[in-house]
Design a protein around this ligand. Structure first.
Ligand SMILES: NC(=O)c1ccc[n+]([C@@H]2O[C@H](COP(=O)([O-])OP(=O)(O)OC[C@H]3O[C@@H](n4cnc5c(N)ncnc54)[C@H](OP(=O)(O)O)[C@@H]3O)[C@@H](O)[C@H]2O)c1
Length: 289
């Protein structure tokens, strides 16, 4: 398979930044609780190499996965990187000794995080850095001007090519856009979690990528009787239907399902290509978040 034939084709976020809409989320490559090393490092390396072999050109990561572990495995598996590959990271949190995820959004913490991402990935500049705001499952209102300006400064210095946001609301996106262009927004959204429906459409109108995290439900599998019944009727897995639905939901949606398994990776790529007939789409569209 090549990126011409991957489900969903490609999306251009900015000049020189085109990715396959079928991407990969690397969070699951760290140890349990996204903390520490994985039980089987070779298996993690194998998943990443298969991501590239399949033609996927978008990997989502962060230095706070592990911490540092996921980025170090990405470098071990893929460096020197194929020219077509775009690695997207996020900053704005750190890990404490217990595996918690405290905020780390002071300008000096963001600068340190960008430098650590570059060092661990072996890059001179990041293609995209997302500023992660908000809590575990949603945006928290309030100004993001100070941390976003700090990243915009690093963009001016050439450490970052493009900026994105994560776990933000429409007001925060507008505020960020008054400081520097935003090429992608990464929020919690999936077939059963639809609070961002209007935001997906407004970002599509602006040509900004919307990258749903937890596309398969994240740490708890998706629960929806409509999803189960449509999957059964189509003789597909609920996960395939969930991924295919996202691709068909809007052309600016990019997929970053996470997995630590080559088999699941194959299932997800194949599943995302499922054609959902109109009656199935109508039934699925009725699921409220
Ligand atoms: N911006 C943010 O705040 C934020 C937050 C969370 C995540 N993210 C990003 O979003 C990406 C996706 O999120 P996620 O990985 O947490 O959640 P996800 O993609 O919704 O689900 C991943 C879970 O589904 C399982 N899975 C995947 N494919 C499967 C299959 N075909 N069959 C059965 N189980 C399957 C995985 O287990 P196996 O490993 O066993 O396959 C894993 O437990 C992350 O990798 C990360 O890059 C961002």
């Amino acid at each position: 398979m090549s990126n011409e034939t991957l489900p969903g084709g490609t999306f251009t976020l900015a000049a020189g930044l085109t990715v396959t809409r079928m991407g990969y989320g690397a969070m699951q490559l760290a140890g349990p609780g996204v903390f520490g090393p994985p039980a089987d490092r070779e298996a993690a390396v194998a998943v990443l190499r298969e991501v590239i072999a399949l033609g996927i050109t978008h990997i989502d990561t962060s230095d706070y996965y592990g911490p540092y572990v996921t980025n170090q495995i990405i470098k071990e598996a893929l460096y020197p990187y194929p020219e077509s590959l775009h690695i997207v990271t996020k900053v704005g949190a750190r890990r404490d000794a217990e595996g918690g995820w405290p905020h780390a959004r002071a300008p000096h913490e963001l600068r340190q995080a960008v430098h650590e991402n570059l060092a661990n990935l072996g890059l001179d500049a990041m293609d995209v850095v997302n500023l992660r705001m908000g809590g575990l499952s949603g945006a928290e209102p309030g100004s993001i001007a100070e941390p976003f300006s700090a990243l915009a400064e690093m963009q001016q210095e050439g450490l970052i090519k493009h900026l994105g946001l994560s776990t933000v609301n429409a007001e925060q996106i507008a505020e960020a856009q008054s400081i520097a262009p935003v090429v992608c927004v990464q929020n919690f959204y999936n077939i059963a979690q639809r609070e961002d429906d209007a935001l997906v459409d407004s970002l599509a109108a602006q040509g900004i990528a919307y990258v749903p995290y937890f596309p398969l439900g994240g740490f708890s599998p998706l629960q929806s009787s409509e999803l189960e019944s449509v999957a059964k009727r189509l003789e597909a897995s609920p996960m395939s239907v969930a991924l295919a639905w996202l691709l068909q939901r809007s052309p600016n949606i990019l997929l970053i399902p996470g997995t630590s398994s080559v088999d699941h990776l194959h299932q997800n790529v194949a599943g995302a290509g499922l054609e959902l007939p109109a009656d199935a789409l109508a039934e699925l569209d009725a699921i409220a978040g």
